[in-house]
Design a protein around this ligand. Structure first.
Ligand code: PLP
Length: 376
C-alpha cells in the first residue's frame, strides 16, 4: 500500500476521546467491519490506542482452553487474580476492585459523582468516559483547558474546585494528548484538596512511561484517591475486557456497589496468564516505545508540532482538517469533536500563534504499519 505524505497525515489521524459506544453507529460500524472498499486488505485501525500485537501467547492459550467453561461464572477464580494484583500493587486484596474494563469503573465512579448534581473537574481535552457518563446521570462538569505543553493545568484545576466538587479526574498519561504530570506534583495537588473531593487518577497508559511515576501510593494517604488500570493497553486485551481500581477499602466498597457486572471467565483467566508472561509484555513495550520514537522523529523531521508522548500514541498537529469517514487508503480515523487546533486547546494567555494547526492522535502500530508511516 502506497501512501502520500498527506494521505498518511490525514488518514492516520486519531482523535478519539470517547468510548466506542458513544461514537455514531455508522462510523463505529465502519471501523469495526474493516474491509477496504473493493479490496481484501484489512483496515489499519490506529484509532483506539490498542496493543496491535494482541494478547500474550499465555493469555491466548488460557482463553482458548476456557471455551468449554464458558458456561461457568468465574466468581471463585477472580479472587486469585485480585490477590496477585494486590500483591503487585503493594496493598491487600481489599484495596482492589475489578471491572469489565476500567471503563466500567470509570462509569461507576461517574455515576457516584453525579448524585445530587455533583460536580466533576477534569482537563479539556481528556478521556471522556467518566465525564460523559456522569453528565448523562446529572453531574455538572467543569472542564479546565490543558496548559501550553498540553498537560493538565493543575493549578487552574485546583482553582476550579468548589464546595460542590465530588471528583477531580486526572488522566495520566492523558488521552488524547499523551502528556503526563509528575507524580510529586499530583501528590502536592491532592494534598491541597478539600477532604470531600475524590481524585481519580486514570493510569491506563502508565506501563508505557519510563521509570515508576505511578501515583498509586496516594491511595493510602489522608485523601480519597482512586487509581485505575487496565489490561486493554499493554496486555493487548481490549476486546476481552478486564480492568481494576486501587483505593482504600471503604472507597472500594462504594465502587463495587455501583458496578454493573462482574468480569467474564475469559477475561479472568486471560489476565491471570498475561500477568505471568513478563517476556511478552516487555517485548511489546519495547516495540511500541520504539514505534512511538519513530513517529516523533518523523514528525520532528517534517516540522509538525507534537505533544510529548508518554502512552502508546502521539498527539500531533497536522495543519489539515481530519475527515470523519475512513480514508480510501485503509486507515481507521476518527475526528475530535469541537476542538481542532493546538491554539484552541491552550488558554489565551498561553497561546503560541505558530501552533494554529489541526490536531490528530495516532496509535503506535505494528512495525509494518509504522513503516507505512515512514513513507511520509
Ligand atoms: N482510560 C483511558 C485513559 C483510556 O484511554 C481508555 C481506553 O481507551 C480506558 C480508560 C478504557 O479502558 P478499558 O478498555 O479498560 O475500559
Amino acid at each position: 500500500m502506497e501512501l502520500s505524505r498527506r494521505d498518511l497525515l490525514t488518514a492516520s489521524a486519531i482523535m478519539l476521546m470517547r468510548p466506542m459506544s458513544s461514537i455514531s453507529a455508522p462510523l463505529g460500524a465502519h471501523l469495526a467491519a474493516a474491509p477496504l472498499a473493493g479490496g481484501t486488505e484489512p483496515m489499519v485501525l490506529l484509532c483506539w490506542n490498542e496493543n496491535p500485537y494482541g494478547p500474550s501467547p499465555a493469555a491466548r492459550a488460557a482463553i482458548t482452553q476456557s471455551i468449554a467453561d464458558g458456561c461457568r461464572y468465574p466468581d471463585d477464580e477472580n479472587p486469585k487474580l485480585v490477590s496477585l494484583l494486590a500483591e503487585k500493587e503493594g496493598f491487600g486484596p481489599d484495596h482492589i476492585v475489578t471491572g469489565t474494563g476500567s471503563g466500567e469503573l470509570l462509569r461507576a465512579l461517574g455515576m457516584l459523582a453525579a448524585r445530587q448534581h455533583g460536580e466533576i473537574v477534569a482537563a479539556e481535552p481528556t478521556y471522556a468516559e467518566l465525564t460523559e457518563y456522569a453528565q448523562h446521570t446529572g453531574a455538572t462538569l467543569k472542564l479546565v483547558p490543558v496548559d501550553k505543553q498540553l498537560r493538565h493545568d493543575l493549578s487552574a484545576m485546583h482553582a476550579a474546585v468548589s464546595a460542590k466538587t465530588r471528583v477531580v479526574y486526572i488522566c495520566n498519561p492523558n488521552n488524547p494528548t499523551g502528556t503526563m504530570v509528575d507524580s510529586a506534583i499530583i501528590a502536592a495537588f491532592v494534598a491541597a484538596l478539600p477532604d470531600h473531593v475524590t481524585t481519580i487518577i486514570d493510569e491506563a497508559y502508565m506501563e508505557f512511561v519510563d521509570g515508576t511515576p505511578s501515583s498509586v501510593s496516594l491511595v493510602t494517604g489522608p485523601k480519597r484517591v482512586v487509581v485505575l488500570r487496565t489490561f486493554s493497553k499493554l496486555h493487548g486485551m481490549a476486546g476481552v475486557r478486564y480492568g481494576y481500581g486501587i483505593a482504600r477499602p471503604e472507597v472500594i466498597e462504594e465502587i463495587s456497589a455501583a458496578r454493573m457486572t462482574t468480569p467474564n471467565i475469559f477475561a479472568v483467566r486471560g489476565a491471570l496468564a498475561s500477568l505471568g508472561d513478563k517476556e511478552f509484555l516487555a517485548d511489546c513495550r519495547r516495540r511500541i516505545v520504539a514505534s512511538r520514537a519513530r513517529l516523533t522523529a518523523e514528525l520532528a523531521r517534517l516540522h509538525f508540532p507534537y505533544a510529548e508522548p508518554h502512552g502508546n500514541f502521539v498527539f500531533f498537529d497536522t495543519g489539515v482538517r481530519s475527515s470523519s469517514s475512513p480514508s480510501s487508503c485503509g486507515i481507521g480515523i476518527s475526528p475530535l469533536d469541537g476542538v481542532s487546533t493546538f491554539r484552541e486547546l491552550v488558554p489565551r494567555h498561553h497561546r503560541d500563534r505558530s501552533a494554529d494547526r489541526r490536531l490528530h492522535r495516532r496509535s503506535a502500530g505494528l512495525s509494518s504499519e509504522s513503516c507505512q508511516g515512514s513513507l511520509i
